[in-house]
Write a protein that binds this ligand. Sequence first.
Ligand code: TXA
Ligand code: MG
Length: 320
Amino acid sequence: MSIISKDIQKAVALLTADKLVAIPTETVYGLAGNIFSEKAIKSIFETKKRPFFNPLIVHIPSVESLDSIVSHIPEKAKKLADAFWPGSMTLVLKKQSTIPDLITAGKDTVAVRVPNHPVTLELLKQLPFPLAAPSANPFGSISPTKPEHVERYFKNDIEQVLDGGPCTNGIESTIIGFENDEPIIYRLGALALEDIEAVAGTVRIKNKKEVSPDAPGMLDRHYAPSTKTILSENILAEIKKHSGKRIGVLTFKTDLKTESITLQIILSQKGDMAEATSKLYDAMHHLDHQNLDVIVAEKFPDFGLGKSINDRLQRATFSS
Ligand code: TXA
Ligand code: MG
């Protein structure tokens, strides 16, 4: 029997009983639990096989709830929250002492966002506690943008995927932290850098692959298919190199009429970056299940959401 269901009351009951529910958001599906339930939070880490040093994002129903989660809100954080919540932006701020260490991996900061999905906003309004929710995928693999992706990963581990349809934005939220009250991007994501800068002024990007990164989602190889993946500006040359193999190709809008390709996915025929972003992970899931020898992905134009897509594709490759 499928665990995918639209029943919000069932989700309320499960979450209240310290169990996990996969929830829809506009970015990717999350694996959610009560932030105050040690049992639920531990099972998030166990289910995902996620290391405990990697902190979780707290999901709240409205900007007003922020005061109960964080102890200090820099002026630019307030501006950003007012401009983009509900939406695909996560803020990392000084936490209230009530936020459990398990959520923040012992840090004195907490990541928080108001997701922009009607089903999950309704769920959050009905619950007396916020939800911790990392992306609903095993650690290191491709994030889910459809209920079926989550079901494939976790059908033996959880009782419900709350069905909210396909995610409209399709990659994870943009994470913004603060140093001396100035915003810094920890993770590029579904909200374009240019949009953030229009509200907050120039922001620094600290999206590096460091050994001890500020946002551990920035670890080198992440968001990765199990099929060898190559990111290239010259995909034709790459395809030639692998001739004779089963090749999958992922492009922005280019239609390669080459016989040596087993499967080609064009993310947006009309060259719409938002459409391409929303389809990216579904395409990667699909390509990863075709018994291909290699996936060749085309590098995107390096601005707007293209910058975020390139970041994810880069992390999906073996050698970078
Ligand atoms: O779009 C999203 O953000 C999705 C949906 C479900 O909301 N969630 C998501 O969660 O992508 P996750 O756990 O896969 O990624 C959360 C990232 C991790 O890279 C984590 O290291 C970072 O947020 N993070 C969490 N708390 C942090 C903190 N206090 N300081 C710095 N980074 C933090
Ligand atoms: Mg994740």
